[in-house]
Design a protein around this ligand. Sequence first.
Ligand code: FAD
Ligand code: DLZ
Ligand code: SF4
Length: 508
Amino acid sequence: MVRLVLVLGDQLTPDIAALRAADPARDVVVMAEVMDEATHVRHHPQKIAFFLAAMRHHAAALAGRGWRVLYSRLDDPGNSQSIRGEVARRAALTGAAEVLVTEPGEWRLARALAGLPLRVTVLPDDRFFCSTAGFAAWARGRGELRMEWFYRDMRRRTGLLMEGAAPAGGRWNFDRDNRRPARADLFRQPPPAFAPDDVTRAVLDLVEARFPGHFGRLRPFGWATDRAGALAALACFLRHGLAGFGPFQDAMLADDPVLHHSLLSPYLNAGLLSPREVCAAVEAEWRAGRVPLQSAEGFIRQILGWREFLRGIYMLGGPDYAAQNALGHRRALPALYWGAPTRMRCLAAVVAQTRDMAWAHHIQRLMVTGNFALLAGIDPAQVHDWYLSVYADAVEWVEAPNTIGMSQFADGGRVASKPYVSSAAYIARMSDYCGGCHYRADARTGDRACPFNLLYWHFLDRHAARFRRNPRLAPAYRTWDAADPGRRTAVLDEAAAFLARMESGETV
Ligand code: FAD
Ligand code: DLZ
Ligand code: SF4
């Protein structure tokens, strides 16, 4: 009897597990563009267009390989507008009683599929280096889960950047050579912009017509939307970006948002590139002597280490992972995250870049938008919805542990050993944002005091019971305790006044 093979929008890999388990002579592939996926949060128009265009290209590629594909377009008259509804509709049409699917990357979808009145066979997603079960086994019995230990195990297991049993270059970590600040001469070649083909152009018109109120600019749209384009983007990064990736991965420049970053996350997350091929290509560049080890290691650490570790954390965390709020933060996300004016130049720059590109690099997400939300006590569920909606690479298994865990400390410290908070000093050192800002990074109090400075102490003070004994925050608490009580009161009063102005909708 015919079986359905469901291919989700982030499963655009021709040999994905569910397809390997199926038979093109007998089984039918189901892919569906649906409003549920496009609007459960109000995704950035470029994100919707990227996923839909990549799905259309992938469906054509699968048909070219001999698969029968039942593809639902967003504006098809019979479209039920949910993945579950489309599977049920296709089952009724074909008489299928079973659907094969590769493990979805979101609990929300996994639960929706489990409720189908069909046999649902879920296969592990072996595009990852570490399976869900493998991560659970690694985590079992460990009190603290730390990325560094997981990463070293993964290096040993995969042999990536290894020389026998030892790490290449004799060290696991080159962070102390990296983390260099921004310099005006950092500009690199502009990243590739892919001219939309007919398929992508049709999707852009559809998205423009159907999602007019969503935050973000649809055009210019420069993302690749098929495998060939994704491979070209990888080649471009290997040639122009990788060598400088390590030293400058934390730098931020107002006029060069991309710097040495790869812009590969949407392709990796949708399945157009595999993490194995990307890591292998990066290692080969180092072995050929074309890039320094500190860059190759820094990059592979992000994929083999962070990406895999955070997926494990999300899957281990269960369906309520994203609902955590360990610090009890309740403030509403301020309108400046949706482009309302702000005098804070760093936030204005990162939000404008997000609006224009549906992308920001890690330190912009962590130490500008994430840092501010954490310091200001914003409800992590709202922060999570924002990150999930505004970035082209945002799928929940990777977005939620980055936001809820790493950035907002809402998991109580499962991912991060200390909260990623900083005063203006970090942004002033790593970027050129502060120079043209209304506020002064070196002012602790007064009208022009940088809000990051006020809120940093406000955060430490209000969470002292939790963090005072954290060894990495102890020096900051010693500074705070040693400060003149009058000065402490002034800082806390000014921080509270700033938050009140922000909550009243005033431009801050
Ligand atoms: P590069 O800097 O070139 O890094 C190379 C690759 O490493 C990336 O493509 C990505 O696959 C991987 N990587 C790097 N850092 C991380 C990380 N912290 N977690 C997982 N993978 C990583 N990344 C997403 O892919 N999707 C998200 O929805 C997402 N949300 C985030 C939310 C917050 C609050 C934070 C702090 C980070 C988030 N990240 C997310 C991680 C990181 O910001 C992006 O992976 C990165 O900016 C993508 O750009 P790039 O491809 O140029 O990355
Ligand atoms: C992100 C996205 C969007 C915007 N639209 C669709 C869609 O219409 N159909 C689909 O199958 N997938 C879409 N996706 C990606 C899914 O949301 C993704 O498969 C889940 O986030 C599971 O990780
Ligand atoms: Fe951001 Fe403060 Fe620097 Fe202004 S002074 S750019 S608000 S860190």
